[in-house]
Design a protein around this ligand. Structure first.
Ligand SMILES: Cc1cc2nc3c(=O)[nH]c(=O)nc-3n(C[C@H](O)[C@H](O)[C@H](O)COP(=O)(O)OP(=O)(O)OC[C@H]3O[C@@H](n4cnc5c(N)ncnc54)[C@H](O)[C@@H]3O)c2cc1C
Length: 444
């Protein structure tokens, strides 16, 4: 008989996980707290957008939905930096043709829920998980429309219910799993650059735009309808913070003095400022990620991170692919598989969190630093000369499936080596020379 799987959460990772489990021959039922937003979201057109990169694509490809997703994705080949005078400079993300992709989170979620349903998953909406017996794979759901409760029993319960996971809460409460939440000092707010009348983008749509300003920044990613979703990441308090940005004058002064070329693109800035919430950001750490052979966590529920490497969803998609691989390896023996999944993925959950915090500094500060940009040029040249000796950290994370923990470790070693190369006298002039390339070769 087919084993029954209950997935809590029809988000990006829950929907992809459903596709993987159906492919393995399991019967999958998904319970989602929100209402079925599918038709509404499609017509709304505007929403948070995410950067989808190689490991995300690898996981989508394995279940055959990468081509469908590509139809709603916009390639971004480079970063474009906007300085305080409105001057632009750019930095390619990788070699020619290499790109990360801007995708609307809502549109992608709709597509993936539809794929999961089409392939045989049953989806129930307005069902909020409020309790669980994790050793028996029984979850209790409260129907938010009728306020009635039901218990759902299965062979396996998968918590794909995001950073505030109810499944994780039960693991911590009843099984004393480790848990830590660390909120960072920065909040974020979304703003929209509208398209011009005919749906044309006001900025280069094939780039991720950054306004780096030291310890804070603004970014913009293109949408298919010609608009850009922008996010301001700024401190909660103190200089250049959200604090004190209340009146129209205060908000407009802030943007005019700090992001002058941005404010001219957003005529209704103050309306948007008031309408859109300011939200916090944080890192979730928990361990283990499973109970026996009956319950596991996946995606943000296990390892929510800050969004600065654009890897949260990619990491969750990778969880699905690795879980599937481990099920193959362990011939669907859940207990041995989950034990290995917990141990190996936890290291990479920590890895993606370290990388994300590191990239916040790179994006908000280093992308405006000529020496850093030169360092990246040198790394790129060396990597093209000796591809088996060096893959730049950004490429390792975004254009390969190298485990995050490994990428982080290699990246830190590279950084140390580059610090010594960058102290070479006259490096600005001689960086392309054989001498520098050979020096790097000898140090690697
Ligand atoms: C500003 C911002 C920018 C980001 N940018 C990127 C990016 O560029 N690239 C990237 O890879 N990642 C990015 N991320 C991270 C990414 O959004 C998440 O990692 C991803 O959405 C995680 O997917 P998930 O399915 O695990 O969780 P979620 O997307 O949170 O989905 C969880 C689902 O579970 C449901 N749920 C929650 N609780 C319950 C319950 N009790 N009962 C039933 N259902 C429940 C929720 O309604 C939701 O549908 C960004 C995040 C933020 C905040």
């Amino acid at each position: 008989m087919k084993k029954d799987i209950t997935i809590v959460g029809a988000g990006l990772v829950g929907s992809l996980c459903a596709l993987y489990m159906i492919r393995r021959g399991y019967k999958v039922t998904i319970f989602e707290r929100r209402k079925d937003l599918r038709s509404e979201i499609i017509t709304a057109g505007k929403s948070i957008n995410l950067a989808l990169s190689e490991r995300g694509w690898t996981a989508l490809k394995k279940v055959g939905i990468d081509k469908e997703v590509k139809k709603i994705a916009i390639p971004m080949y480079k970063r474009i930096m906007h300085d305080k005078e409105g001057n632009l400079s750019e930095q390619p993300y990788g070699n020619e043709g290499e790109a990360i992709y801007s995708v609307s989170r809502a549109q992608l979620n709709v597509l993936m829920m539809e794929m999961a349903e089409k392939n045989g998953a049953k989806l129930y909406f307005n069902e909020k998980c409020v309790d669980a017996n994790l050793e028996e794979a029984i979850a209790t759901f409260n129907n938010t429309k009728t306020d009635t409760e039901q218990e759902i029993s299965a062979d396996l319960l998968i918590g794909a219910d995001g950073s505030l996971s109810a499944v994780r809460e039960q693991m911590v409460k009843k099984h004393h799993h480790e848990y830590e939440y660390n909120e960072i000092e920065h909040d974020y707010k979304e703003l929209l650059i509208p398209s011009v009348d005919n749906g044309t983008h006001l900025l280069d749509k094939n780039a991720l735009h950054i306004w780096p300003r030291g310890n804070f920044m603004l970014i913009a990613l293109a949408n298919l309808d010609g608009s850009f979703t922008c996010t301001l990441f700024a401190p909660k308090k103190g200089r250049n913070s959200f604090e004190g940005l209340n009146s129209k004058q205060e908000v407009e002064n802030y943007f005019t003095s700090i992001f002058p070329d941005f404010i001219s693109l957003v005529p209704d800035l103050y309306q948007q400022w008031n309408a859109n919430p300011t939200s916090g950001l944080g890192i979730v750490k928990t361990y283990p990620w499973h109970i026996k052979d009956t319950s596991i966590l996946i995606g943000d529920a296990a390892h929510a991170t800050v969004p600065f490497y654009g890897q949260g969803m990619n990491a969750g998609f990778e969880d699905c692919r690795i879980l599937d691989k481990l099920l193959d390896k362990n011939e669907d023996n859940f207990e041995t598989c989950f034990d290995e999944y917990s141990k190996s993925r936890k290291l990479n959950g920590d890895g993606v969190q370290d990388l994300s915090m590191h990239n916040f500094i790179v994006m908000r500060d280093k992308t405006a630093d000529a020496k850093f940009l030169l360092q990246k040029e040198i790394e790129k040249k060396f990597s093209n000369l000796y591809p088996d000796k060096w893959t730049p950290l950004y490429s390792m994370v975004s254009f390969t499936n190298t485990p995050y923990a490994e990428a982080w470790e290699i990246g830190m070693k590279q950084e140390k080596l580059m610090q010594s190369i960058m102290t070479t006298p006259n490096i600005e002039k001689i960086w392309e020379s054989d001498e520098i390339m050979q020096k790097m070769y000898s140090l690697v």
